[in-house]
Design a protein around this ligand. Structure first.
Ligand code: B3K
Ligand code: ZN
Length: 876
């Protein structure tokens, strides 16, 4: 397969002024007529259009049908000579939506037609200049059987519709905004609509429509409310107003990812639209709110201002993730949201960046673009956008955003353009920020302190490294910190020399020091006592912190730091130290222990009645397994998953035993007989209650709570938490509850996905047999991405016991499933194969076994370029 490089980017030779599409829908033979007006922009007269999986019916230039010898056709493109300054092409192609299991381009899902064009799906609909810098005006006529397609939708405004003979009807949509073809969408089928409306700040009425299947009409309230909140928030926070009279969201069951921001016509995975308390958990509700917001926010950051090429993906994704994070933070709890985002980054992005697929947020090359919709481009990208806000403050960031839209509305631009807008609006030189975009890896910042009691100075030195070395271009790292008095918990006052004042200033949550060099130090003057350092408050940069903090200091910070992130982080660090000690203990055949420091921190957090309930829940939660793995790898240790499983088993059990009475008391206090509400307080109550339940379930005397809670059937959050708690038990009652759940919910695919996922992550001794039986289950379908991910995705990522089974059978199973899936849906297969990429982290025996599966995959010789890219890069 061919590799595409950023350095090879060339501007367009031809522009497409307008595109006029006609779709004559048919399940297996849809005819697409594409009329394009071209303008030549350079003296290059060869026009090369992208096209894949197409049957070319005819091609006409300025009214003349072209012969075979007038153009050159390959599997991926169509080339013709166009010396004219302006000309019109009409290309007719035939496609087969029903046979399209790749779910890219035009396909059918539950009998409805829908499209997915980002990144390069439009070329499977018709021949086109399928690149984001080709902006054009689209008009779309859809013709279809009236009984089968009550609704006919595309982007923009409906300008015409009517009946046709033979039981057909048609609709014509016109999009008044120029757009790249990746934002094109078409939906047709028998869908029902839920309507709402929103009045914009400038008093325009926008019709809001959610299209779903009839049986889901009762699950749309939350999505509709989320959409209205998003529209209002974007007006208030960024002054951004919606620009069409209608905003449509369609929920489909078969979708490769979460959702898609097509102009005026979002297509969503139904998982991110449908919810009611009986079927969806708090996490699902929160996911819907944030994905609805994310796609809505793309209307400005992505659609109005789009990307010049796919190497700029983080321009729209990093920025839009940042915006949806800020939105959720305002809707729920800023402190909780920040911690959850950091957890996600560390558990998923850090390993990606430390593995063979590591790439900068602006990748420099790709084989299959769809493989670069990654945690790095999205989540690390969002962290980099956040750096601008940390450096410039909220107001400065807003000024930069305003200038960005003033300058680039209606254009396809680059990450440099964004940076320059931020810099110019704030009269600051931000060129060093470029280094964050082009270097892969998680930077490490080592901090040391030295207190001179005589001179009352506290010297802080900072050192930054990347991938273990100091050969990188130094990064601009905002370090937000404070110094706390060990005696009275308050921040210590200090002064700075004049020179230091330019590098270190007051921030909302402490002091902001701008680290710009590989090595740098800062001297705080007039410091009355040697304080405790509260570093990287609010996680002010996406780095690994290396700071030799004493455990006493950590216990203190874990109990009273006013920055909720550092408070949580300190207890996590104590937990991590304890976990690592225990991993070593298992490997040296020593007894495991619960460290007294970690226990102290747990105790003070459990006892703190003023602490926010959700933060309390986060405080008593052990770090994720993947974060521990990350830490072990960072120390150069190979991972033996058996030890890790033993350590987590021991820790959970011991914590439950030691804190039984407070956990029980809290569990009981958190009970509520009120009806389900989706708000910050109610969520926090359930979160803490279910965390306690999980610990209590380890204790024979407290096991009945699981069944009681399950039997109450109050809402899916609580029901599912009860099932989660039962998971480790190989018991008759667990099986009975699972069977109950299945019978109650097997008509609801999204709930059934949970049932599958729960079992795919079951780490009992029969984990492997269980997962094998799941893919044989009558309700398992390779063609449905949600189902494939619930079983195969979950197994690879969350079932350490089964996937990493010492026999290597878990590896063999997943690899053979990837091969099957790759023939059906390469994009999803490429995601499912990713746990293999981490093979170098594991003990030698496991490494060998994982690697041999990767080799087998390559040797199969039949991989899609999606899977090929991941597998081949992992073997390098
Ligand atoms: N932009 C889409 C993702 C498209 C993924 C293509 N493989 C959804 C989003 O990020 O909002
Ligand atoms: Zn996005």
């Amino acid at each position: 397969p061919k590799e595409i490089f950023l350095k090879d980017y060339r501007p367009l030779d031809f522009e497409i002024e307008s595109v006029d599409l006609t779709f004559e829908l048919d399940p297996s033979e849809t005819l697409v007529t594409n009329r394009m007006k071209f303008v030549r922009k350079t003296d290059q007269s060869q026009l090369k259009l992208d096209g894949e999986h197409l049957v070319l019916v005819s091609i006409e230039k300025d009214g003349k049908i072209l012969d075979q010898e007038d153009f050159y056709l390959t599997e991926t493109d169509l080339t013709l000579n166009c010396p004219e300054q302006q000309f019109e092409l009409v290309v007719k192609t035939r496609i087969n939506p029903e046979a399209n299991t790749r779910l890219e381009g035009l396909y059918r899902s539950s009998g409805n037609y829908c499209t997915q064009c980002e990144a390069e799906g439009f070329r499977t609909i018709t021949y086109y200049l399928d690149r984001p810098d080709c902006l054009s005006y689209f008009t779309t006529k859809i013709i279809g059987d009236e009984c089968e397609n009550k609704v006919l939708l595309s982007n923009g405004n409906l300008i015409e519709f009517g009946e046709l003979e033979g039981g057909k009807h048609f609709a014509v949509w016109e999009d008044p905004h120029k757009k790249p073809c990746y934002l094109f969408a078409l939906v047709a089928g028998n869908l029902e609509v839920v309507e709402g409306h929103f009045e914009t700040k400038d008093s325009r009425r926008v019709d809001l429509r959610l299209y779903v299947q009839e049986n889901n009409l009762d699950k749309c309230d939350h999505a509709m409310a989320s959409l209205k909140k998003s529209m209002k928030w974007d007006e208030e926070r960024f002054g951004l107003i919606y620009d069409l009279d209608v905003y449509m969201v369609v929920a489909v069951d078969d979708f490769n990812m979460g959702a898609m921001e097509n102009k005026g016509l979002n297509v969503f995975n139904s998982k991110f639209v449908l919810a009611k308390p009986e079927t969806a958990t708090d996490v699902d509700f929160e996911g819907i709110e944030s994905v609805i917001a994310h796609e809505y926010f793309h209307n400005w950051t992505g659609n109005r201002v789009t990307c010049r090429d796919w190497f700029q993906l983080t321009l729209k994704e990093g920025l839009t993730i940042f915006r949806d994070q800020e939105f959720t933070s305002d809707m729920l709890s800023p402190a909780v949201k920040r911690i959850e985002d950091v957890k996600r980054l560390r558990s998923f992005q850090f390993p990606e960046d430390a593995g063979p697929m590591s790439h900068p947020i602006q990748p420099q090359s790709y084989i299959e673009m769809n493989n670069f919709y990654t945690m790095t481009v999205y989540e690390k990208g969002a962290e980099v956008v956040r750096l601008y806000q940390t450096l410039l403050g909220r107001d400065g960031f807003r000024k930069g955003m305003d200038l960005y839209f003033d300058r680039f509305d209606g254009q396809a631009v680059t990450v440099e353009d964004f940076r320059n807008a931020m810099a110019d609006a704030n009269q600051r030189d931000l060129s060093q920020m470029h280094h964050w975009y082009i270097q892969p890896g998680t930077p490490k910042v080592t901090v040391t302190k030295q207190y001179d009691a005589g001179n009352k100075t506290l010297s802080l030195s900072f050192k930054q490294t990347l991938n273990g070395k100091q050969e990188h271009l130094p990064l601009l790292i905002p370090v937000v910190f404070d110094v706390l008095s060990p005696s009275n918990e308050a921040a210590l006052s200090f002064s700075l020399s004049e020179v230091d004042q330019s590098r270190c200033s007051r921030a909302d949550n402490g002091w902001l020091f701008e680290l710009t060099k590989h090595d740098e130090s800062l001297v705080l003057q007039g410091v009355e006592e040697e304080g405790y350092l509260s570093l990287f408050r609010g996680f002010s940069a996406p780095i690994l912190l290396d700071y030799a903090c004493t455990q006493d200091e950590l216990v203190a910070l874990a109990s009273y730091d006013s920055d909720s992130f550092v408070r949580w982080e300190s207890i996590q660090t104590l937990a991590l130290m304890n976990l690592i000690e225990n991993v070593q203990a298992v490997e040296d055949n020593r007894e495991m222990v619960l460290s007294e420091y970690y226990a102290k921190a747990l105790e003070s957090n459990l006892a703190d009645t003023s602490l926010d309930l959700a933060l309390k829940s986060l405080a008593i939660t052990l770090p994720d397994e993947s974060y521990l793995q990350e830490a072990l790898s960072d120390k150069g240790m190979l991972i033996n998953t058996d030890s890790i499983l033993a350590v987590y088993g021991y820790m959970k059990q011991t914590i439950a035993e030691k804190f039984e009475s407070s956990l029980l008391a809290i569990y009981q206090q958190m009970q509520s007989s009120e009806a389900y509400r989706y708000d910050k307080d109610a969520i926090a109550h359930r979160m803490l209650k279910n965390r306690c339940l999980n610990y209590l379930s380890k204790l024979p005397a407290q096991q009945d709570w699981m069944q009681t809670q399950f039997d109450q059937q109050s809402n899916m959050t609580d029901v599912f938490a009860a099932l989660e708690a039962m998971k480790p038990y190989d018991s008759v009652w667990k099986k009975a509850n699972l069977a109950d759940f299945y019978h109650k919910w097997n008509h609801d695919d999204l709930v059934l996905d949970k049932w599958f996922a729960l079992q795919a992550s079951d780490q009992s001794d029969s984990a492997l047999d269980l997962v094998k039986s799941l893919v044989e289950h009558a309700d398992f379908h390779y063609t449905n991405p949600n189902r494939a991910r619930s079983v195969l995705g979950v197994f690879g990522r969350m079932n350490m016991k089964g996937f990493h089974h010492a026999s290597g059978e878990g590896y063999a199973f997943l690899a053979s499933e990837v091969l099957k899936l790759d023939k059906i849906n390469p994009q999803v297969a490429a995601r499912i194969v990713s746990p293999f990429t981490q093979w170098k982290r594991y003990d030698v025996a496991r490494q060998e076994k994982m690697k041999s599966q990767l080799t087998k995959l390559i040797e199969s010789g039949s991989l899609s370029k999606d899977v090929y890219e991941i597998v081949s890069k992992s073997l390098k």
